[in-house]
Ligand binder design. Structure first.
Ligand code: PHE
Length: 484
């Protein structure tokens, strides 16, 4: 078998993995859910979730990848030898397939808006209503939608086609600094606007009364999505690492950068939104509807609007490539396909599968199941079911099935300094990975299922419960088998 490709440098890995983490989740989703859930208090809860659940699972995923040098399916197979766990890896690959199919639809909007900005179309949008009409007419046009979806998809395939070092790593090394610089410019512009103070207060002054059970669960669910957790993206990237990399340190850097960018995006967006008297709780349309009005009305709005949508597109691209890479790595490792063939065949399949999602805003807008369009269903299944389930099982797998102590031996490669004379650190990591993370994720998962409850009739609820019981039973059985 051909030798496995590796990252050119540790820095390259951290940039690529941060590129995967930083995406639409940070710049599109985080600001609007923070806006809808009251701002500062929500952000506080989100930060706690990132630290106590996100970080341990990031370490666990990267470690599984590096130890096995395999895609998620191969990684679970190699460490467990059990069919059940191998299938869990397969669920990750499936999640990658599904997320990629609808993620690229929003990325297509972003690319299309970049062109809108270039044409100077925002200056004509004086009110939020005009902006939302404009938005609806764009996404309501199937040609516009499919066109930009296709272009974005081709970019994604091109990068992965070029390989780990020459494609993903190189692209991340160019795009991540660009992203950072653009965001800093936008943040300074936002803060310099008259009346921006209110936006900052919205982000920093917590209103604790706004914290509800629901918002805690949303925060935890988002922690997963934003860190690219639960489907093996970081595992796959970790599989291109060698034993010299300090995983705890790299994980901290990735988590830190992801959080930093989300907060910076929040500052850039809310200062502008408040300075122009817009509604911070604008929902998913916040950046497409609200921000275009903001750009339309501000001095230099042409340039800043353009920069913003370049930023969004770049961020989406470094994430979409990681999604495709998971699927490609599976076919390369397990089915012995060449990378090029895997990219062309699987890329095309995901593309076709995504078309109904792209048409969910126009031709297929009325084709719904329990009020959800094809897009909504794909998003729901992947983000609310597959990711939390995957995250839960990865934490359980590393802590209990592979076994914390064995995992720790692997983790110490490259990280001798981190753990030297710091046995308390091992203790903390153990408690978080073994108990806190699984329990918290389980709660989110039940919540996701609860949302499902309201959407789907009674009978199907029992199926979820049955599946959960089966999962737990199989875990118990496979543990006992291993002990023998
Ligand atoms: N983390 C990405 C974002 O925030 C989305 C993503 C999820 C990417 C899962 C890969 C895997 O936009």
């Amino acid at each position: 078998m051909a030798k496995r490709e590796h990252w050119g440098s540790k820095f390259g890995f951290v940039l690529a993995a941060s590129g995967s983490a930083i995406g639409l989740g940070n710049i599109w989703k985080f600001p609007y859910i923070a806006g809808e859930n009251g701002g500062a208090a929500f952000i506080f809860v989100y930060l706690i979730c990132i630290a106590i659940v996100g970080l341990p699972v990031v370490v666990a995923e990267i470690l599984m990848g590096r130890t096995t040098q395999r895609n998620p399916v191969g990684a679970f197979r190699k460490l467990s030898g059990s069919k059940f766990w191998t299938a869990i890896g397969g669920l990750g690959v499936l999640a990658g397939f599904i997320i990629l199919s609808f993620y690229t639809v929003i990325a297509g909007w972003s690319l299309g808006y970049m062109i809108e900005a270039l044409q100077g179309n925002f200056s004509a949008l004086g009110t939020a209503e005009q902006a939302s009409n404009h938005f609806n007419s764009l996404v309501g046009d199937p040609t516009w939608m499919i066109g930009f979806y296709t272009i974005f998809f081709v970019f994604t395939m091109a990068v992965v086609f070029l390989g780990v070092k020459n494609g993903i790593e190189k692209a991340s090394k160019i795009m991540m600094p660009v992203l950072f610089v653009i965001l800093i410019i936008l943040m300074i512009k936002g803060i310099s606007l008259k009346g921006s103070g209110e936006g900052l207060a919205f982000l920093w002054k917590p209103d604790w009364a706004k914290i509800t059970r629901q918002s805690v669960l949303i925060a935890l669910g988002h922690a997963f999505f934003t860190l690219s957790l639960g489907m093996g993206a970081l595992m796959t990237y970790g599989s291109y690492l060698n034993k010299k990399t300090n995983i705890p340190k790299a994980a901290m850097q990735i988590v830190f950068l992801d959080t930093l960018i989300a907060i910076m995006a929040g500052v850039a967006i809310f200062t502008a939104v408040f300075a122009t008297g817009q509604d911070p709780a604008g929902g998913p349309g916040l950046i497409f509807n609200t921000l275009t009005v903001v750009f339309g009305g501000m001095t230099g709005g042409y340039v800043f609007g353009l920069l913003f949508f370049v930023l969004l597109t770049v961020a989406a691209l470094t994430s979409s490539i990681s999604l495709l890479e998971v699927v490609v790595a599976y076919f390369v490792d397990e089915r012995r396909w060449s990378r090029h063939r895997a990219v062309l065949v699987l890329g095309s399949l995901v593309f076709l599968f995504g078309i109904p999602s792209a048409l969910s805003f126009n031709l297929l807008a009325n084709v719904t199941y329990n009020g959800m369009t094809f897009f909504d269903i794909a998003d729901f299944i992947a983000s609310n079911v597959l990711l939390p389930l995957g995250g839960l099982l990865i934490a359980i797998f590393v802590a209990w099935i592979w076994g914390f102590d064995k995992a720790l031996i692997e983790l110490k490669h490259g990280a001798e300094n981190v753990f030297k004379d710091r046995s308390w650190l091992v203790g903390i990591f153990k408690v978080f990975l073994k108990y806190i993370a699984p329990v918290m994720i389980f709660i989110v998962f039940l919540h996701s299922v609860g949302l499902l409850e309201s959407a789907i009739e009674q009978v199907k609820n029992y199926w979820i419960i049955i599946i959960l019981v089966i999962v737990v039973l199989v875990i118990i059985i496979s543990r006992n088998r291993k002990k023998k």
